[in-house]
Design a protein around this ligand. Structure first.
Ligand SMILES: [Zn+2]
Ligand SMILES: [Zn+2]
Length: 864
């Protein structure tokens, strides 16, 4: 068999990557529902369609693509779907910006349409980046959460969970963002440090400290600790709220910290979570002082209509005027903020929809999932164990899945749609029937919409084909890959929903990746100016180099710092591998060879052994998702073992008519083919291109290589052989000889190698003898070497006389110098290190130089 020789001299990644992206067909990556191969279903994260598939996404998708390609080569029927999690505030804000409107300026439906149009455009842009990165996405399983075929499943899942008692509505305090004007879930509260002021004021004779004086209007009680002697007289009293003049009770509760401020605290509805506990426990009044837009309500009397911040300043000014503001101190505080817009959240009591959280059920399912890295499970465990409130799923927004519920206008009875009619928008359509309780045809459609996590937490149910009739055969999925920033949201909610809707865990495994940091080690942000886009990197070094950076830059699960040097190193490795491939293919193409030739020479058996070990190492690393380890093993093998050692050893054989040429060709062919397969996950374009020249069709349709047995008789002697060649080459270099300069006889004293098929002789350009018997090597005393740096200062003008005296010493005294010698008739001390005796080595009576490699002695006659 002959092979094409015409590999271009340099690897043009731009041309190659673009060409293959045009040739590869989407169908090759479709999941085959009729196949009997084992399924490997990936619950890919659906990104938010901002129009920008950023480096963090790209990094995450590299991991997914490595796995998808690896599993396909392992014979799995892989599903690598691509979803888009569309709903939410950022798009609403963008639409308002683009059209110069606010959401209330146009009908809800029209506003939604504008959001959908923008989203579709953004998805299109992001699809292009996915394709440029060479991801083997299954586009036949793409889903878009804002489209009816998806959100009808969200609505169906809502109705099922409502019927099963998982979903309920209730008036309950919730976290509320007054800028987004919507309730948010606990998982969406981000805690941030802020500097604030602690204000001490006189509360009807009791000193109280508060950071939020604007909530005075919402004060419903004052609490003190039962053992706090300062307040024993207060117990049965009521206190008058300053400025507002209302009376509130004093309650006793041992949760109060007597050492904070004055030890007396005011309870407001609601300053924080603790207020909610007290409010429930002591059955206190509810006073809503702040409305959904963050303005003071009628409850705040003269402050009504002010923003809460204005109200704070106004109340502090009034306290000052009344002489009741005692002092103010700066305070470092962690404030709960809206994770999207960073506005401090308010806790408000609202009628909202909730999903019941059953911590034990979620924990049991989370424990059945294999977590990589393992410690990420602890984050989930911590989050589950601190669950106090149910998941608030209603939002007061527009661009989202409508809550499919109507209420009877007369009696308030809930009216549900028929499942076959889904999806529905109750704010725009009629219910299917009149009220079943009172018969009234009057209804009110629910205007609240669902949290976007309600859409995305059924991603796995959607891709596995759930439609409410039964649990799909391919559920649970095999793998959920995702970032550690969404463990308490996406991972948590998905487990919750899967348990509620199927009674089973959503996936067998979860693989958690880290975040991408800027070159400066900080999180990428516009304000730091450290954002780098995947396109920028691909443009300069190509997708395959980018993908290798993602694999090699960090251990799985840890954050990864972007680093141009890693990308450049990846690109250099590709160049190296291209040069290797080119050399090999040219050799293979020169003359036909026997593909079945048995590898007999030591070097060939050794290389195949090393290749087997590398394949085993890479396979194990891939199984454990240790991509950095896998790529490192491939690089070390290619660079050190193959290029620097093996090829140098066998070059001569390849150029010769030696019968061993077939064996070397066969080994190189097999090695290159295996390297293409191993690299196909990380560098799909590059591997495909080299495979093309190997002439065996697409590498992506090949199977993953199986490591062969390690040939123990070749492994260690082969390592020695390559060390010996390296040592003699190094000797040539030190002697100022050209690497191809001829040498005289090279004798190697070892029992570990008896035959190397002549490789060493050809590699070093000199005759090689393998000698078991060390007695052939003679050692004879030679010159005395003087150290003038010692002798000069010690003997000055007598230095020459001293050296002459030394030369006359008997041989025994030259190896073990005497304390003194006679110089010019005087006994002179012999300074330490003044001279040493050199030995000459001879083989067969001829002078040779000696090199040692571990315990092996090599002698070289320099001249031929
Ligand atoms: Zn917000
Ligand atoms: Zn009714």
């Amino acid at each position: 068999m002959s092979l094409p020789q015409d590999l271009p001299k340099t690897y043009d990644f731009g041309e190659v990557e673009q060409r293959w992206q045009g040739i590869w067909r989407d169908e090759d990556y479709y999941f085959d529902r009729a196949s009997d191969r084992p399924p490997f279903v990936i619950d890919t994260p659906p990104p938010y369609p901002t129009g920008n598939f950023h480096i963090g996404n790209a990094f995450n998708w590299c991991y997914i693509d490595f796995i998808a390609r690896y599993k396909r080569m392992q014979g799995y029927n892989v599903m690598f779907p691509q979803g888009w999690d569309c709903h939410g505030l950022p798009t609403e804000v963008k639409v308002e910006e683009i059209h110069g409107i606010t959401k209330n300026d146009v009908p809800r439906d029209e506003f939604r349409k504008m959001c959908r149009e923008l989203t579709l455009k953004n998805i299109e842009k992001m699809r292009l980046t996915l394709r440029r990165l060479g991801f083997s996405v299954d586009w036949s399983n793409e889903y878009i959460t804002m489209l009816p075929e998806y959100y009808k499943k969200t609505q169906l899942s809502f109705l099922r969970m409502l019927k099963d008692g998982y979903i309920y509505q209730s008036e309950h305090p919730v976290n509320f963002c007054t800028r987004c004007e919507t309730a948010i879930a606990f998982a969406e509260v981000a805690y941030e440090p802020r500097e604030t002021r602690l204000n001490y004021f006189d509360f009807d004779g009791v000193e109280i400290a508060t950071t939020r004086p604007e909530l005075l209007a919402a004060c419903v009680a004052v609490a003190v600790h039962p053992d706090d002697d300062r307040y024993t007289g207060l117990r049965s009293r009521r206190l008058v709220v300053p400025i507002f003049g209302r009376e509130v009770p004093v309650i006793i509760d041992d949760v109060v910290d007597p050492s904070f401020g004055s030890g007396a605290v005011m309870i407001c509805t609601f300053g924080d979570k603790q207020d909610v506990h007290w409010w429930k426990q002591h059955n206190l009044d509810l006073r809503k002082a702040i409305d959904r837009q963050g303005r003071m309500t009628a409850v705040a009397g003269p402050y009504q209509g002010m923003k809460s911040g204005e109200c704070r300043e106004a109340i502090l000014a009034d306290m000052k005027e009344q002489g009741i503001l005692l002092r103010q101190e700066p305070l470092e505080q962690r404030v709960g903020t809206c994770w999207r817009c960073k506005t401090p959240i308010e806790i408000m009591s609202e009628r909202q929809w909730f999903v019941k959280i059953i911590p034990d059920e979620i924990m049991a399912a989370a424990q059945q999932v294999r977590w990589t890295p393992r410690h990420m499970f602890l984050r989930m465990e911590n989050w589950i164990s601190q669950m106090e409130w149910d998941w608030c799923i209603s939002r007061q927004r527009i661009f989202a899945t409508p809550i499919p519920v109507w209420f009877c206008a007369k009696c308030g009875e809930m009216i549900l749609p028929e499942e076959v009619d889904l999806p529905v928008d109750p704010a725009a359509t009629r219910p299917p029937h009149s009220c079943s309780a009172c018969g009234s045809p009057e209804y009110i459609g629910e205007e609240d919409v669902l949290d976007t996590w309600m859409d995305s937490s059924i991603s796995v149910l959607n891709v596995t084909g759930w439609n409410g009739t039964s649990v799909p055969d391919i559920f649970p999925a095999q793998l959920r890959p995702q970032g550690h920033d969404i463990i308490r949201t996406w991972a948590f909610y998905t487990i919750l929903r899967s348990m509620a809707l199927t009674g089973n865990r959503p996936w067998d495994e979860i693989l958690v990746n880290g975040m991408v940091l800027g070159e400066d080690g900080f999180k990428m942000s516009k304000s730091r100016g450290n954002i780098i886009s995947p396109e920028e990197i691909i443009g300069q070094y190509g997708s395959d180099a980018f993908r290798q950076w993602a694999a090699a830059g960090a251990t799985t699960g840890s954050d990864i710092m972007f680093n141009w040097n890693d990308v450049i190193a990846a690109s250099r490795f590709q160049t190296k591998l291209w040069n290797i491939a080119r050399f090999v293919l040219i050799q293979l193409g020169k003359r036909s060879f026997d593909h079945e030739a048995a590898p007999e020479p030591l070097a060939d058996r050794w290389l195949l052994s090393r290749l087997s070990e590398t394949t085993a190492e890479v396979t194990e690393a891939m199984e454990l998702y240790q991509f950095d380890r896998a790529l490192k093993a491939i690089r070390e093998f290619s660079w050190n073992i193959l290029a620097d050692n093996y090829i140098e050893l066998v070059k001569g054989r390849l150029y010769s008519d030696d019968p061993g040429r077939d064996s070397a060709c066969r080994v190189l062919w097999e090695t290159l083919d295996t390297l293409c397969r191993l690299m196909a996950t990380f560098a799909p374009h590059f591997s495909e291109e080299v495979s093309l020249y190997l002439g065996q069709g697409s590498v992506h349709r090949k199977v993953w290589p199986t490591p062969g047995p390690v040939d123990q008789e070749a492994r260690e002697p082969g390592d020695l052989l390559s060390s010996l060649v390296a040592a003699v080459r190094n000797y040539k270099h030190e002697q100022g000889l050209a690497l191809n300069a001829p040498l005289g006889r090279i004798t190697i004293f070892t029992t570990r190698i008896t035959d190397d098929a002549g490789d060493m002789a050809r590699a070093l350009n000199g005759p090689v003898a393998w000698e078991r018997d060390r007695s052939v090597l003679e050692k004879k005393p030679g010159e005395v070497q003087f150290n003038m740096a010692v002798i000069g200062p010690a003997f000055r003008k007598d230095a020459i006389a001293f050296m002459d005296a030394v030369r006359t010493l008997p041989p025994g005294q030259l190896t073990t110098p005497p304390h003194t010698v006679t110089v010019g008739g005087r006994e002179r001390a012999v300074p330490e290190g003044a001279f040493s005796l050199q030995f000459n080595y001879l083989v067969g009576g001829e002078r040779v130089d000696v090199i040692t490699v571990d315990d092996v002695i090599v002698t070289v006659r320099k001249s031929p």
